[in-house]
Design a protein. Structure first.
Ligand SMILES: [Zn+2]
Ligand SMILES: [Zn+2]
Length: 281
């Protein structure tokens, strides 16, 4: 199975794979560039080759996450242009590195209203798809907690984006357990889990799911606040992660932690071991 965590690229993009190997991950998530800067240092040939070599040798499944500065739903012209250009660079970097999925937070309307924001995101996706014709990377819209003016906090909004975008066969979804829970989708019992997945399937279709972010939540159901907790230490609890891991419809997909790492990453070991212990043989 594909289980892992978000890993740092400090010192070179290939280091994310090295960290994953250290933690016995079969999948990792990484940024393809510094996540809190607009500028991207050009990837050097040597760095690219080393990344491919490591990825092939270890069989690591790699997912990328976009920079936090990017807002593809902003009504502000200058920021929108900057965001689209930066996201395009990230898509190109994913193709260079052979990374199949680029997870992104759909965007924030920052006061312009939800409908306006959603339409701007659709335009952004079209803009990007037009410029990456023949590209391999798939944009994965992440479910959000709905904090502030963040869009994508319910399945209807994600469905709207998918249904209205051109080339929507190139769109997938990343489900974040903390975010859906904070947005009001219960998963704490098997019955609640089944109901949430059924809603997802009806609104979007389970086939759209490509990636999972596994985080417990420091905030209770429906609080619309995005605070990640260690597995089993938040309001979701340990057991529900087993519902996902043992669900045959989705258990070939990558399950990735985005939880605090603690010193020397020892919290990754603890969280990953909890996840592994929940898999039924
Ligand atoms: Zn996430
Ligand atoms: Zn989050």
């Amino acid at each position: 199975m594909l289980i892992g965590a978000h890993m740092s690229i400090a010192g070179g993009v290939y280091n994310a794979i090295n960290h994953g190997v250290e933690k016995k991950c079969t999948a990792i998530q990484m940024f393809t560039k510094s996540s809190n800067q607009w500028k991207a240092k050009t990837l050097q040939k040597e760095e690219i080759e080393k990344f491919h070599e490591l990825k092939e040798r270890t069989g690591m499944f790699v997912v990328a996450h976009d920079s936090y500065l990017i807002n593809l739903g902003t009504p502000k012209k200058a920021l929108l242009e900057k965001s689209r250009a930066a996201f395009l660079v990230e898509m190109e970097r994913c193709d260079t590195l052979g990374i199949p999925y680029l997870v992104m937070h759909p965007g924030s309307h920052t006061g312009a209203g939800e409908e306006t924001g959603l339409d701007i995101i659709v335009d952004s996706i079209n803009w990007l798809h037009e410029r990456t014709e023949g590209g391999q990377v798939m944009i994965c819209l992440e479910t959000t907690a709905g904090q502030g003016t963040n869009l994508g906090y319910n399945f209807e909004q994600l469905a709207y984006l998918i249904n209205n975008a051109d080339q929507n066969e190139r769109l997938g979804v990343c489900m974040d357990t903390c975010h859906i829970f904070a947005a009001g989708y219960d998963i704490r019992t098997k019955k609640a889990y089944n109901n949430t997945m059924k809603q997802f399937d009806e609104k979007i279709g389970i086939d759209r799911l490509k990636v999972f972010h596994f985080n417990d939540s420091k905030k209770d159901l429906g609080q619309k606040v995005d605070r990640h907790a260690h597995i089993g230490e938040g309001f979701i609890g340990k057991e529900p992660f087993g519902y996902f891991l043992n669900d045959k419809r989705i258990n070939k997909l990558p399950f990735l932690l985005e939880t605090p790492k603690g010193e020397d990453g020892e919290m990754d070991d603890i969280n990953l071991n909890i996840l592994r212990s929940l898999i039924k043989k």
